[in-house]
Design a protein around this ligand. Sequence first.
Ligand code: SF4
Length: 107
Amino acid sequence: MRAAGFVGMSAARFERKYVYRTRNRLRLRIPRGAHCHFLRDGGCGIHPAKPTQCRIFPFWPELVEKPRAWAKTAAYCPGIGQGPLIQIKSARARAEEMRLEHAKLYP
Ligand code: SF4
C-alpha cells in the first residue's frame, strides 16, 4: 500500500485506521461529515500515493464505456469537463489500466 508508506504508517496500521474490505476490493473509510480522510483544502493530501481508482478517476471502465453513467457522474463531479481535452483513446487506455489493476471487478 503506497499510501501507508506515504503517511509513515505500516500497511496493517493504515488498513485498520483507513480501509475496509468488501468481497472484491479495499475501500477507504469515509469519515463522518467529510468525503475522505485525506481530502484537504488544496486537494488530495496523499496525491503522490493515492489509490489507483483515485488516480484514474473518472476514467473508470464503467464510466468511459457508458455515456449515461459519465453524464450522471459529471453532474456531481466539478472536475469533469475542466482542463485539457482527453482523447477517447487515452481515456480507454486509463480504463484498461483500472481493469488490469482490479481484475476481479472487471471480469
Ligand atoms: S483522491 Fe482519493 S485519497 Fe485523495 S482525497 Fe480524493 S478520495 Fe481521498
